[in-house]
Design a protein around this ligand. Structure first.
Ligand code: SAM
Length: 298
């Protein structure tokens, strides 16, 4: 058994939102479509290991041993979704994780599952190119560690007009790469930002050129946007290629600085499909719902 430890409290919430969407998606579309696909582009192993540290005794609490639990990851959640997906694709580039995904597929031989040991961007673009999309609907889950998702991949997914994309956007990663001062961005950061945003326009949009002051000095170019401003910028960029992009959920919801923005991007252009995905997605992404939940479950 492979241990895949990742994420924090927000991981639980993220996966419960994905689970809720997958169930609603297959329930709503099963009567209308023969082919419903789930594509997990950063699939992991199908499970995740959660370790709760050992706690010493305090004046009010007894000591507690370390607890190690194995919980379901996104691939297992997709397999368990009812009504069923007809076809599941798990893309992963780590060899050991691919072996765990192959085991998962072997335990579910009655299902159509493909495990691809590939780079997510290359595999997704190939998948889009090699299939027709007018006879099926799909959900793609993009759950990278960092800024791995390339703009050309998002463009390919949007072009299908058949895929709903859940994208855990690494806002903290963007905040680090897009440093306050433009001169601090070296060539590798510049290339990473251009790959992620699809063009070099981010440079003038995030670091506007200011007019010279009275003495003729040109002010240094700086990014004034805070994390919320950057999130709004990302939403605006995604909205240039998808039919609709819902307001994302900031994660973690309660404590600490924002690390991620969980986006739902809809590629279908029909009002009916947009309406359905928006209804389900906006309910799941409503921060009030999660704040109430986390305060009542404390
Ligand atoms: C946050 S984990 C995904 C967890 C998974 N969604 C789950 O719930 O179990 C990110 C995964 O992406 C994989 N990964 C990172 N870069 C990748 C790439 N370029 N292509 C494919 N997989 C990649 C990592 O090996 C890791 O397993």
């Amino acid at each position: 058994m492979i241990d895949h430890e990742f994420g924090g409290q927000h991981t639980e919430l993220k996966l419960s939102i994905i689970e809720g969407y997958l169930r609603a998606f297959t329930t709503a579309l099963r009567p209308h479509f023969k082919k419903l696909w789930y594509i997990d582009a950063f699939a992991g192993t199908g499970s995740r290991t959660v370790r709760t540290e050992r706690k010493g005794a305090s004046l009010v609490e007894a000591p507690a041993d370390e607890v190690v639990e194995r919980r379901r990851g996104s691939a297992q959640i997709a397999i368990d979704t009812r009504p069923l997906f007809d076809f599941l694709v798990f893309i992963e580039k780590n060899k050991n994780y691919v072996a765990a995904l192959n085991d998962l597929a072997a335990h579910n031989l009655q299902r159509k599952i493909v495990v691809a040991e590939e780079d997510a961007n290359t595999a997704l673009r190939q998948l889009v190119d090699n299939n027709r999309w007018d006879d099926k609907r799909a959900v793609v889950f993009l759950d990278p560690y960092g800024m791995e998702v390339e703009w050309s991949t998002l463009e390919a997914l949007a072009s299908t007009e058949a895929i709903d994309v859940w994208f855990l956007f690494p806002l903290a990663g963007l905040f680090r790469q897009a440093t306050r001062r433009l001169p601090d961005i070296d060539e590798s950061k510049r290339a990473a930002l251009t790959r992620m945003f699809g063009s070099a326009a981010w440079e003038s949009e995030l670091y506007p050129v200011e007019a010279a002051d009275l003495l003729g000095a040109i002010p240094e170019r700086r990014r004034d946007l805070d994390p919320r401003g950057l999130e709004a910028y990302v939403q605006k960029r995604l909205s240039t290629i998808f039919s609709k992009v819902l307001k994302p959920l900031a994660l973690p919801v309660r404590k600490g600085p924002q690390m991620f923005s969980l986006f739902l991007c809809i590629s279908n252009k029909t009002p009916k499909a947009i309406g359905l995905a928006t209804n389900i997605g906006s309910h799941l992404l409503d921060p009030k719902r999660h704040l109430i939940k986390s305060s009542t479950t404390k």
